[in-house]
Structures are given as structure tokens and as C-alpha cells.
Design a protein around this ligand. Sequence first.
Ligand code: PLP
Length: 284
Amino acid sequence: SIVFLNGEYLPQEQAKISPMDRGFLFGDGIYEVVPTYQGEAVGFIPHIERMQSGLASIGIQLDYTVEDWQKIIQTLIAKNESGNRGIYLHVSRGTDTKRAHAYPTGIEPTVFAFSFEIPPAPAPDKEGVKTFNVTSSEDLRWKRCNIKSTSLLGNVMHYQQSQDLGMQETILFNQQQELTEASSCNVFVVKNNVIATPALDNQLLPGVTRKLLLAILREHSSFKVEERVITMEEVRDADELWLTSSSKEVAPIITLDGTPVGNGSVGDVWLQAQALFSQYKYQY
Ligand code: PLP
């Protein structure tokens, strides 16, 4: 496939980055994944805004505009197979001559992007949808989970906890037994037709799917929608639990730690939420 590296488009096997790159040595960088379906991106502007704010928060100065990123995404789509493509965008602080913790001056960020095939977006179909069995764990990551850092070891280890148990995700709670998010998704809780998700803070990623879903539900449904503290007690007592992420959109969880969620089948509120998401996702 054809990838983008530091202003050039080239075959993936010719794309080379120095082992002295701080992305490699320190995980010192920011990334994004933007889903595109038949060439049309979901949440392009919020994805780029989140990346720009992440870069600013770790002091990486990169002069790429929204138009520059749009051009990169369009070019990767044009130069690779068409269909449904995820676009991975990655900016590291750059390549130094030595390994030293302090932010170096006078180096250029490394900018890397590639596209990869993704499955079609999930349809609002109770029988056809991919369902999730999840486990739970205390959130053992760092205290800056709002930054979409390329240092993903904490997330990778939490994700693996679920794999080792034959499950598909791990939902996380803090020391106060309050829900944060999952290792690669945000989490929504439904009880008595009220839809809730943890309020944004340093404990979770401000997911673009989360943001779009909240906006769509508020504008196009009559459901009550809340952003607030959610205890694990509430999570275990929920009628429905959902994961949200760019690749999954809104995905129903049917068991938590081996116990059925609600009545153990895909929920009616999920059906309406995914239907609305499918209908309006390109408008935000
Ligand atoms: N939380 C974490 C830790 C993630 O890695 C992701 C990314 O997929 C999400 C939440 C969901 O974010 P988004 O909806 O922007 O894909």
C-alpha cells in the first residue's frame, strides 16, 4: 500500500523512520484514526481538532492545517484500494541524535499516515450486529487519558486482559469504583430509557463517536442524555451497555464479567441510537 511519511507518498516497505525517533523510544507522539466509507469521512473536523489540541498539550509544534490533513486523507484514499478505509494519522516529536528525556529544540516532528481496510459500518440490526462480552478492571493507566498518546501500553495490557479471558473488551473503573471508559472505546449506560456516559475529564479520551452520538441523540431523539459520574454499581444494574469508537460506532455489550447485561439481548434503545447514528453521522 501507499503511505504518507513527512510530505511524501511512497510504498509502505520504503517508508523508513530512524530508531532514534522519539515516537519509537518514548512513545512521544499523538495519533488519530479517522473512518471513511466510500471516501466519506466520519467526524473529520473533530478528529483533526482533537489531534491539534493533543499536539498543543504536549508542546509539539506542527504547521499542518485542516486542509493539509484533508489532502493527505484524500490522497491516501485515491492511491489505495477504495471501499471502507480507516486512516491512521501519527505525529511524533521527531528524531533526535541522542536519547534524552527533555523535549529537544530544533527537530521536526515525524508525520506518518496510512490507510487500512475496515468492515462496513454496523447496521441498526439486532440480529446482525456484532455483540461484545466484556470484563472489568481497575483502570491502571496514567492520569492523562484525555490525551490520545501513542504510548498505548496501558491500553494494550487492559485490552489483553479481555482476550486472555476469551472476551472482547475491558471496561475500566477508578479507585472510587466509577466508570472511566474501556481500553479502546468509550462506554454508555442505559437505565429506564435514560442514556448516560461519564463526563469528560483527564480519566478518559474525549471520543469523537461519543461526541457525535451525544449531539445526534440530543438533536434527533427524545431520550434523556446525561454526562456525569457513573458508579460500577449502576453499570452492573444497567438495562443496556454500549461501547463507542470510530470503528465500532455504537456496539452492544451483552455480558459483563460473565453476567448478562439487562435481559442479555441487544436492547431497543441501542437499535434506535445506532439507527440515528447511521442516519446523521456525516452531518457533524
Ligand atoms: N477510548 C480510547 C482509550 C480509545 O482508544 C478510543 C479510540 O478508538 C476511544 C475511546 C473512542 O474514540 P473515538 O470515538 O474517537 O474513536
